[in-house]
Design a protein around this ligand. Structure first.
Ligand code: TAP
Length: 474
């Protein structure tokens, strides 16, 4: 028995750990463990690959690549702010797609040189190349939009769909020409030239696909591109005859697809609407209701002292965290506030909207960081019936996910998106810095509700002041 015969066994173990890891990631209580299991599996897979016969001479180069990539990935992951995580995921994801495309190009060139090109493998190689290149350039645009390097607004022009469709059609046509050459054994056009043009077209298609999508939809797009990368990697697995790549790529493709569907569903949108619709592209002033004061209603602003009094008279408080809580890093102050209220016999629960923040599970991760017990976190469906019994709904840096226009205004871009029924609470305190809209760019009628009191300020600072005021009343 040679070491090489053990490689499939190592790959099998790795594949099992990936599945167990994914299972672990499905709950906050087991997520860290799931991540570790999958990472251990990946280590096994990487080590096993070094013993593959065809890696022979390349070990020093691979080690150099691992060192450069490892250091960059490690430093990036340590330095990135939680709020910039979607960009980071886009970047890593794009790198995966790009890698699959490069493998495809090199493998096609190698097989051609050896004269062993055949239809099945070439088809897989082409798919890895095209999907990988689309994912690479699409992810780069998504990164640029979220990082503010290019406009986060939807970029549109007349005849856009025709141009995008033309790029797709040209890619498909040249791919057919290439495959016909593989089948016939002779090429009308130099195949590596065809590969180069197909690569450029696929890169252009990725750009054309993501540019018309508004910033608010970017997390969904990143999840979709993630699924593409998985598919590209699986195809590269067929090309290289590597079972682990096929399994890992398929897992990424499937989980990315499921996540994309879940996110679209939470926003009550079809994937087609995300990709070709207008959400995040339009910011019609007042589309979600009158601007402050338009119809005689006015904003009621309070200070930390009033907020503390309101909270101290409550029996049931529901905290509604949103993106602003993440920006302010207010999770520890919120925990302190909740502890204080609970020590006085007040019930505190957290309402978690599936797309609160900027990435799936954003609020869960933040609150877990402050050791908020998981059993105090409630999904939208669980908590919504409880709002009418809540004495105070304390909205901290959340906006779109509380906007009643989603229920009542068919003209609103977020109409139909399920929201947290904050407006049903007896009293509402909203902590945010200004009257500026959230990510969807629309006004929030909740702020004009007579039951709503606005506590303007940075979330961490404002919650800290409320805690101080509460302590005075002890
Ligand atoms: P948003 O609607 O984006 O609102 C966040 C609010 O936080 C803003 O109105 C902002 O108002 C406030 N804020 C910002 N910095 C703050 C600070 N330092 N202190 C206090 N407040 C601060 O957030 P949301 O309610 O969480 O909704 C998430 C949005 O992202 C939705 O539109 C959702 O569809 C979209 N989205 C999310 C996801 C995922 S997976 N989470 C995916 C796709 C899309 P001020 O500027 O006035 O402070």
């Amino acid at each position: 028995m040679t070491v090489e015969t053990l490689i499939p066994v190592a790959y099998l173990i790795a594949a099992v750990t990936f599945i167990l890891g994914l299972k672990g990631l499905s709950s906050p209580t087991t997520a860290v463990q799931g991540n570790r299991i999958a990472a251990a599996g990946m280590l096994i897979a990487v080590i096993a690959t070094f013993f593959a016969a065809d890696v022979n001479g390349g070990v020093p180069l691979i080690l150099a690549g691992v060192a450069v990539g490892g250091v960059a990935g490690f430093a990036g992951a340590r330095m990135v702010k939680m709020t910039a995580m979607p960009q980071m995921v886009a970047l890593f994801n794009g790198a995966g797609g790009g890698a699959a495309a490069l493998v495809a190009i090199l493998e096609f060139a190698r097989q051609r040189e050896l004269g062993v090109l055949e239809f099945g493998a070439s088809l897989a190689t082409l798919l890895a190349l095209i999907i990988g290149a689309v994912s690479f350039s699409g992810s780069a645009v998504a990164f640029g939009k979220l990082q503010g390097l290019i406009t986060p607004k939807a970029f549109r022009y007349g005849g856009q769909q025709l141009v995008t469709g033309g790029i797709a059609a040209a890619t498909a046509l040249l791919s057919l020409v290439l495959l016909a050459g593989v089948i016939g054994g002779s090429f009308a056009i130099e195949p590596m030239l065809l590969i180069a043009v197909i690569t450029l077209l696929a890169l252009a298609f990725g750009v054309a696909l993501v540019m018309p999508i508004g910033g608010a939809d970017m997390p969904v797009v990143i999840s979709l591109l993630n699924a593409y990368t998985g598919l590209a990697v699986a195809m590269a697995g067929f090309t290289l005859n590597n079972q682990l790549l096929i399994v890992a790529g398929t897992l990424v493709g499937a989980s990315g697809t499921i996540l994309t569907r879940l996110m679209s569903k939470a926003m009550n949108r079809s994937l087609g609407n995300v990709l070709f619709g207008a959400f995040g592209a339009v910011t019609p002033a007042g589309a979600a209701g009158p601007a402050a004061g338009d119809d005689g209603r006015s904003i009621r602003s309070i200070g930390p002292e009033d907020a503390a009094i309101l909270l101290s008279y409550a029996q049931n408080v529901i905290v509604v965290p949103g993106y602003g809580l993440a920006v302010a890093q207010a999770q520890h102050s919120v925990r302190e506030l909740a502890d204080l209220l609970e020590s006085r016999g007040i019930s505190v629960k957290y309402a978690i909207h599936p797309v609160a923040g900027r990435m799936p599970g954003h609020m869960n991760v933040l609150l877990a960081e402050a050791n908020v017990p998981y059993d105090k976190l409630f999904d939208m469906d669980q908590i919504n019936p409880e709002f009418q019994r809540a004495d105070v709904a304390l909205v901290i840096g959340a906006n779109d996910v509380t906007n009643p226009a989603a229920r009542s205004n068919p003209g609103s871009p977020i109409y139909g998106m399920p929201i947290l029924d904050v407006d049903k609470a007896q009293n509402i305190i909203v902590i945010k810095r200004s009257m500026k809209p959230g990510f969807a760019g629309i006004d929030n009628d909740l702020y004009l509700d007579p039951k709503t009191a606005m506590l303007f300020g940075d979330a961490k600072d404002a919650v800290g002041k409320v805690v101080q005021e509460l302590k005075k009343t002890a």
